[in-house]
Write a protein that binds this ligand. Structure first.
Ligand code: IVH
Length: 697
């Protein structure tokens, strides 16, 4: 969150400050939207996101002339930029305005009455606001013909095959009163139990766990391969409709009743309320029940029940006047810090963790919280035995908000951050201008060694199936695998029927839960990895700051491992620093890595077993689009978006997501929207699909 959020009251802002802040918020929220909607990997908590949104609204309310064209208040969701086919939504999928208190709820009801100019009670439905992602499913003559995500509200992503894998969604409805054509809308979600089970599986397969059930649901539904969706447990509920051939109902409650009769799942906690008191009551009831629900909800949606009244109320720019979302506060609880300990990561970073007296926060048992770093503990003055307020804002890993000072016990103890590594005793050093302290033990530190092994076998590195996190830990403790190269001698070390082997040797098939078959499978998946691509090998080494993208850059520029390694050993940085995307700090870390004798030993051992394929860069740097920047928009007819992108980069072009003055060509497909418009505004050359194909032939 930008620092200014905490600083000034909106009323005290100068125009200049307001302008700057609106810009900051727009940029920050655009980034957060992409992380949330496109990558299913958010970095802002829901609470932080809502705070930004609210601040934006407040500033805009005071300075209406400063409202930006790209203001978050005008956007629904994130622009689409994925490889899914697109589906146009004739009736847009809108969003709802948020409120956060019972006062605002009462004000909402009054404003509806004022608008309709009536003193009478108005009926509202009260519906749990599922924390998942919304869908639109289209039925023609009773048959499910297509389904899409909300996308940007006007165009969604085609998820027809994926949604069909969700059990409770009827593919065919034969009820006589089912409209000829109807789009049903609702939420796809994942239950808390299925979410935890999925994360356990992810971890055992060395894959990244999901931050919360919403992301797990989004990540599972938005899969190009519907078989993956099928393997995940998703659920859905219906709560509204889009296009429809004939409306047979007069109210929201009637609609909900109808869809239920047609065999669609609807939320059993939906209520029809006849007065403000009943609405407030429904809010309080649901807030009570919330933690016991098997799924996450993040609030309640209230809708004017009568469709004729809804029609009279109509819409604001992007939200209806007849409905509102009452958001719950993030789930909070107070508990005791039993201990503070320090965890050591792959690159030696020391992270403080609070062990908490286990407590139920919104239906999830919490017993640890990260304290981020040394300064954070100081800033919040968190001491061992203190009572702290923790918050779970949609996410599973809770945050510590602060200490409940009145409850500080006499025996509370300040935590002295260690200057030696708690795992290996080596010095732990904090570089100037760094927030983290690091263990200097390298691979002689067991914690770092284990984390590096896990990284080595992970999906983007060697991707060795059958060597999950738990097995790596067990094998390390039992000294079966201490270093990456030990993985490749596992097979020859196993078995043997001489006396020594029988007594001392390794007999993996005798381990609990293992058998001959699983051992042979493991050996096979290890053997399969004796040839490895150069970028994977470089990434697997676990050099600090060298992620998969950097590894690819290095591979592209050096093509051969020895060329790279020799240059690094000779501290020859000329080529490395000329690579666009590699800076001084990263280069320093790479050189440091190659200075460490331990690392060189491991590399030389590994090379006895592993063949590193030289990197063949097949990019055509002489093609007509080499070095150019391309943007794709709209639906292509013969190519999928992924194919088109792959073709373009194979021809040496850069593919960008948005049109700017840096863009050379915009390839315009069917139903293209704002990007095509922007291209013509900026005078950028546009290409049809066949013109593009001609260029890359
Ligand atoms: S109605 C015009 N009903 O909340 C009204 N939305 O902030 C459209 N949501 O995009 C939405 N439960 O993803 C509606 N019972 C419910 C809902 C619900 C969850 C989500 C939905 C929507 C968002 C709006």
């Amino acid at each position: 969150m930008p620092a200014s959020i905490r600083m000034k009251d909106v009323l005290d802002l100068t125009e200049l400050e307001a302008k700057a802040e609106l810009e900051n918020i727009a940029l920050e929220m655009a980034k957060a939207d992409i992380a949330y909607y496109q990558n299913d990997d958010p970095y802002l908590t829901d609470a932080a996101y809502d705070a930004l949104k609210l601040r934006n609204e407040q500033i805009e309310a005071r300075f209406p002339h400063l409202v930006r064209a790209d203001s978050p208040s005008k956007k629904i969701g994130a622009p689409l930029q994925s490889d899914f086919k697109k589906i146009a939504l004739k009736v847009p999928m809108l969003s709802l305005a948020d409120i956060f208190s019972v006062e605002e709820l009462k004000e909402f009801v009054s404003s509806v009455r004022r608008f309709l100019n009536t003193d009478e009670n108005i009926d509202f439905t009260s519906e749990p606001k599922m924390d998942g992602l919304s869908f639109n499913a289209r039925y023609e003559h009773g048959k499910l013909v297509s389904a899409s995500t909300r996308g940007d509200g006007k165009t969604g992503e085609d998820i027809t095959e994926n949604i069909k894998t969700i059990e409770r969604l009827p593919h065919l409805v034969t009820a006589p009163d089912f409209p000829d054509m109807i789009e049903l809308r609702g939420e796809v979600y994942m239950s808390k139990a299925d979410f935890f089970a999925l994360n356990e599986l992810q971890i055992s397969q060395n894959k990244k766990p999901f931050a919360n059930p919403r992301n797990a649901a989004a990540g599972s539904l938005r899969q190009l391969d519907p078989n993956i969706t099928k393997s995940r447990k998703l659920s859905l509920l219906v709560y509204t409709w889009g296009e429809v051939s004939n409306i047979l109902w007069h109210s929201q409650a009637e609609f909900l009743q109808k869809v239920k009769e047609w065999g669609f799942p609807v939320n059993p906690y939906n209520k029809l309320c006849h007065s403000v008191d009943e609405i407030v009551q429904s809010f309080e009831n649901l807030q009570q029940t919330r933690a016991d629900l098997p799924y996450d909800i993040d609030g309640i949606v209230y809708k004017v029940n009568d469709l004729a009244l809804q029609q009279r109320l109509g819409f604001l720019t992007r939200t209806p006047r007849w409905a509102i979302a009452h958001k719950f506060e993030a789930e909070k609880a107070v508990t005791k810090v039993l201990n503070i300990r320090v965890q050591v990561g792959r690159t030696g970073a020391l992270t403080p963790v609070a062990d908490l007296e286990p407590i139920n926060v919104g239906g999830v048992m919490v017993s640890h919280a990260t304290l981020h770093n040394e300064d954070e503990i100081k800033r919040k003055d968190i001491r061992i035995h203190d009572y702290v307020t923790i918050q779970r804002a949609g996410d599973v890993i809770p945050q510590v908000l602060g200490v409940v000072i009145e409850k500080r016990p006499a025996d509370s103890k300040e935590f002295i951050f260690p200057t030696v590594c708690p795992e290996c005793g080596a010095h732990a050093i904090r570089e100037e201008d760094e927030a983290v302290r690091r263990c200097t033990g390298g691979l002689s530190c067991p914690a770092q060694a284990i984390e590096r092994l896990k990284h080595f076998v992970s999906r983007e590195a060697f991707n060795i199936e059958g060597l999950g996190a738990k097995i790596i830990e067990d094998f390390f403790k039992e000294k079966i695998i201490s270093r990456p190269d030990d993985i490749f001698t596992l097979e020859e070390r196993n078995g043997g029927d001489d006396l020594f082997s029988l007594v001392q040797g390794l007999h993996l098939e005798q381990r609990e839960g293992w058998g001959e078959k699983s051992v042979q499978n493991l050996f096979k998946s290890i053997r399969d990895k004796r040839r490895i691509s150069l970028p994977r090998f470089i990434y697997a080494l676990g050099i600090r700051q060298v992620g998969i993208a950097t590894a690819l850059l290095i591979a592209k520029n050096y093509a051969d491992f020895d060329l790279f390694a020799n240059a690094m050993k000779a501290e020859d940085l000329s080529k490395l620093l000329s690579i666009d995307g590699i800076g001084e700090a990263m280069a320093r870390d790479i050189i440091e890595f190659f200075k460490e004798p331990h690392n060189l030993q491991i590399i030389s051992n590994l090379r006895k077993y592993v063949n590193i394929e030289p990197f063949v860069d097949t990019t055509d740097y002489h093609s007509k689009i080499a070095g150019k920047t391309l943007v794709f928009t709209g639906t292509l007819e013969t190519l999928t978006r992924a194919e088109a992108k792959a073709k373009a980069s194979a021809m040496g072009a850069k593919v960008a997501g948005s049109v700017s003055s840096q863009t050379d060509f915009v390839v315009v497909g069917k139903d293209a929207g704002s990007k095509a418009k922007k291209a013509s505004e900026l005078g950028i050359q546009t290409l049809t699909e066949s013109e593009f194909l001609e260029l890359v032939k």
